[in-house]
Design a protein around this ligand. Sequence first.
Ligand SMILES: *Cc1c(COP(=O)(O)O)cnc(C)c1O
Length: 419
Amino acid sequence: MNAERPAKPLHAEQRAFPLVDGMLQVGGMALTRLADRVGSTPFYAYDRALLSARVAHLRAALPPEIGLHYSIKANPMPALVQWMAQLVDGFDVASGGELSIALDTPMAVGHISFAGPGKSQAELRRALAAGVMLHIESEREAATVLTLAAELGVQAVVSVRINPPFELKSSGMRMGGGAKPFGVDAERAVALMRHLAAQGADVRGLQIFCGSQSLDAQAIMQAQASSFELAIALAQQSGIDLRILNIGGAFGIAYFPGDRPLDIAPIGAHLAQWLPRLKAALPSVQVVMEMGRYLVGEAGIYVTRVVDRKVSRGQVFLVVDGGLHHHLAASGNFGQVIRKNYPVTVVPRQAPAAGASVPREVVSVVGPLCTPLDILAAQMELPQADVGDLVVVFQSGAYGLSASPTAFLGHPAAAEVLV
Ligand SMILES: *Cc1c(COP(=O)(O)O)cnc(C)c1O
């Protein structure tokens, strides 16, 4: 394939999707062709080859003994989860709905785990009947699990989720491990582990998850070292033979200008250094990393079409047919403190003639919702676009459609395709 790269990438990660003769390619086909195939805009497209390449890239950096789990929460599209089933070693689910999606895949139930506070009795019953591992989030949940397992006549397979006394350092600021609704405070973990084991549960291990969306390799390595030390201490104090130590992920992706992609090589080397020491202290243990965003975030785009182009007091607005109801995160309303633009580009209906230069202009891309929050790009320099052209939001494979208020304002649903 004669793939050229965008002359002026707005963002390094945009280059994951190549240009051929000036046309963005997704899943090996021109985006305009894909839009015709989907039949309507807006839609999300996820690229299988990019998903596979991402997992291979990560595996190449990590020691081979590390298990890699996909957190379905990041993108629960069933076809995508099916695709991930052959790439990763396990799934982590955080609801009964996600459990159903995971159980429909070829993933062995022994490699599916279920985390999250406030699991309902119905969810716990289903998970026990399926035989998946439950991350225990409280003493009350432990008691419920033991009762339900007895009713069902099964042995509960559990790990205890720990609220550690430390936290992933972010942007130079270190917060002490504080009060959290997630997991059981480390100080109470030994008692809970012993109680579960004494009551007949199969206590497989621990989950220590201390953060998300970090681009700071040093901070991640520090949190991993602290997690290993904590796990060794808890295993020794409880006398329980840990077989699974889930240390979370925390790997972030670069969204905004100035974000530097996470350097995973030193993290892999640091894990390789730790493994012999861990093996000595915890001979049966397998280390598992679970993550969502890092695996799928860069493999997805959100595609909208320009329905109006207007000028207001000198500023150009491209009004597109999609917005925050499908992609809350790109609008800046999903946890961001200061709104920043996701990487966005324009794909014209017709690829420009070879050698033709498309003029650029500063525009704001807004959605059809009657609220000033519905912004996909504010004051961004883009190739000039008009009605009918496509506007593409990159870095949209994680926390996109399923993390958006799709009922707000009653606009049509977005399609999702895996290509
Ligand atoms: C959300 C979540 C993840 C995934 O986080 P990412 O930032 O998408 O990698 C992993 N583990 C747990 C327990 C979670 O709640």
